[in-house]
Write a protein that binds this ligand. Structure first.
Ligand SMILES: Cc1cc2nc3c(=O)[nH]c(=O)nc-3n(C[C@H](O)[C@H](O)[C@H](O)COP(=O)(O)O)c2cc1C
Length: 184
């Protein structure tokens, strides 16, 4: 079946999920993949394009990517067409993907995932960065800003300080775009 155990370890893995609408339009959005014992699922809030597409098609692809700009842009806007790599019979991959898992998905409270096919495409040296973690966390906060209000904005400003201190140029660019999108 493939290297799922390496790709999706226990806990929550932050990924970018691709789906197709019923009429074939691609969509990408960051989603946390929960692995708990033998189950794989997403706690997906209804109302997103991803939720609508999964409800309609029952399919999604989990993309393991590390480009902070892809996380930020796909969270708030349509990803540029050039980021999609079309695949026969399944939703597209994201350019630069390290690994992917094509899943059947059933909406049963959470979105329950059954892996169908997976691949590790390329590898890199692990590098832990507080800058990258801060951008991802700020993006999560950004998608919840309507519930979090001023407190959320304050947290994003704190994350921005960490990104300035520890981040790569890509982390800084992603944070700049996030602040622009959220008008912070
Ligand atoms: C790192 C990250 C993880 C996220 N994880 C989830 C998640 O597990 N479930 C969810 O419903 N939304 C999650 N979101 C929020 C969605 O990505 C967001 O609602 C997005 O606008 C949905 O896009 P779509 O309408 O194109 O599907 C996450 C956002 C980020 C930045």
């Amino acid at each position: 079946m493939g290297p799922i155990d390496e790709i999706l370890q226990p806990g929550i893995t932050e990924t970018v999920v691709t789906t197709l609408s019923i009429d074939g339009k691609p969509n990408a959005a960051p989603m946390g993949i929960v692995r708990q014992n033998d189950s794989l699922y997403i706690r997906m809030f209804p109302g997103s394009n991803t939720f609508r597409n999964v409800s309609g098609t029952g399919k999604l692809v989990i993309n393991i990517v590390d480009d902070p700009v892809v996380f930020v842009c796909s969270a708030f806007r349509d990803l540029d067409e050039s980021y999609y790599v079309p695949q026969p019979g399944m939703p597209p991959l994201i350019t630069g993907v390290y690994a992917w898992v094509y899943c059947e998905a059933r909406v049963e409270g959470t979105v329950r995932l059954t892996p169908v096919k997976s691949e590790i495409v390329r590898r890199r040296v692990p590098r832990f960065s507080r800058g990258f973690a801060a951008v991802i966390d700020a993006a999560v906060t950004g998608t919840r800003l309507k519930f979090l209000g001023e407190e959320g904005k304050k947290k994003i400003r704190e994350d921005a300080v960490l990104v300035e201190k520890c981040g790569t140029p890509a982390d800084k660019e992603a944070m700049r775009r996030l602040k622009e999108i959220l008008d912070i």
